[in-house]
Design a protein around this ligand. Sequence first.
Ligand code: FAD
Length: 493
Amino acid sequence: MATKVLPTKLLKRLTLFTRPLVTSSSSTSSSSSSSISAIPSLTLTQKPEPTTIIPPSTLDLKDHQKLFATLSSKKLLHASLILHMAAMDPVVDFGMWVMNSKLMGMDNIVRDLIFRAVRHTFYEHFCAGENTVELANCMKRLNESGLRGMLDFAVEFTSDNDACDRNFHGFLDTIETAKTLPPSSVSSVVVKITAICPLNLLERVSDLLRWQEKDPSFNLPWKDNTFPIFSDSSPLYHTLKKPDPLTPEEEQHLLLGQQRLLKLCQACVEANIPLVIDAEHTTVQPAVDYFTYSSAIKCNKDDNPIVYGTIQAYLKDAKERLLLATNAADKMGVPMGFKLVRGAYMSSERKLASSLGYQSPIHNNIQQTHACYNDCASFLLESITNGSHGVILATHNVESGRLAAKKAEDLGIAYWNKKLEFAQLYGMAEALSFGLRNAGFQVSKYMPFGPVETAIPYLLRRAEENRGLLSASGLDRELTRKELGRRLKAAIL
Ligand SMILES: Cc1cc2nc3c(=O)[nH]c(=O)nc-3n(C[C@H](O)[C@H](O)[C@H](O)COP(=O)(O)OP(=O)(O)OC[C@H]3O[C@@H](n4cnc5c(N)ncnc54)[C@H](O)[C@@H]3O)c2cc1C
């Protein structure tokens, strides 16, 4: 693996532009408040005069009555039950065993009963409906509580072109549905590149891009204009020998994949709705970034980033790649959108690297991931005030939310600024979403929708994430319980 670091010029720029949020390893709020007060105040030469309205209040995650004021008691009770069930290891173990079992492949009454049970419990909590009609109803309820939605037609990767075409039409329908909803309720439409271009082709393209990074004289005749995809420290171990060039058929299929994405981008440009491209495994991520950046160069114009890519802060090279891409976008005058996440494929990434005898591309410990996330968030927030980029801070981490909210306030980024959005998955981190909303920020929920059977892999990931009493949903469990208790007392007395 290459061990070179960023060129000095870029590093200088990073330290100049990025006053980190707080990169302390702690995630307790007590340490956060002392660290926040340690951030020096900004001078006028470093940021523009705030011409905007400062959010009405800072993040308050204690007042459960205020946090859940827009939720009915029925919805609150349902959420509380699901989160408490998801915290019980035996329940999750049993649920995962059933959903992974052969029973799910059989067409019988037992399977129907299981689907019905899943539909009224976990599916209803974490998904926005089986079709666009149910999605629209769900979005209406969401919008009434002051939140917006990132519409996610939930399909997993595919390996053939016909399925890519079907998925493409699903994404196009999603954009059409978004157009029929009140503009204030839709923040973006989400797309997965592995659903519109065959997975094995994306692996081949990633291999070829990596080989060109090793050997710049290696010619890729099909390659469009793009921002940098790798940094000097990006791991290239996935590609150990020179790959064969794309066959004419592969080139044709690549073109089809790019055309599908461009048509989605154009539909979003016409509707003026951002299109957010998810990040996936490192085996395909170079190709995903290539698709993202080449379409952003074509479609992101003036002050309006339509195409958003995703940066996974758990990757060791995340900050360097983010800096290189924004630097290139600035030079080309392209407004770029970035969604920042920690990353969801940690165990498979570590397994793959270790099976090939290489170091994991993921930070060695969770504190480094937290630090990287907060650094990148800080850099992106400053990029909003310095330029025309758009930012989605996608996280359930209360400390990262608190630090970013404070930084945005310090920078004078107004609550109505369309370039900043906080985001959480539907059904997760409700307290953080409502707290950020109450503090005056734009907040979105990531809303997967589609038939129950296609949502099973997504639900399994959510079950895994919420399992155990110490899981990230602990705060939501505690606050929903307290609020239900308060409402019950108020009803009785
Ligand atoms: C709106 C939205 C969109 C998303 N889109 C994507 C996407 O496109 N691609 C994608 O990959 N993920 C995506 N995710 C999922 C995301 O990457 C995370 O899996 C999830 O949000 C949890 O991270 P968190 O920021 O909420 O932080 P936390 O709740 O603090 O989660 C921390 C978790 O990070 C993991 N972790 C990371 N690095 C380390 C490490 N070095 N050592 C140990 N544990 C570590 C652990 O599993 C830990 O539980 C998205 C999430 C949201 C909210």
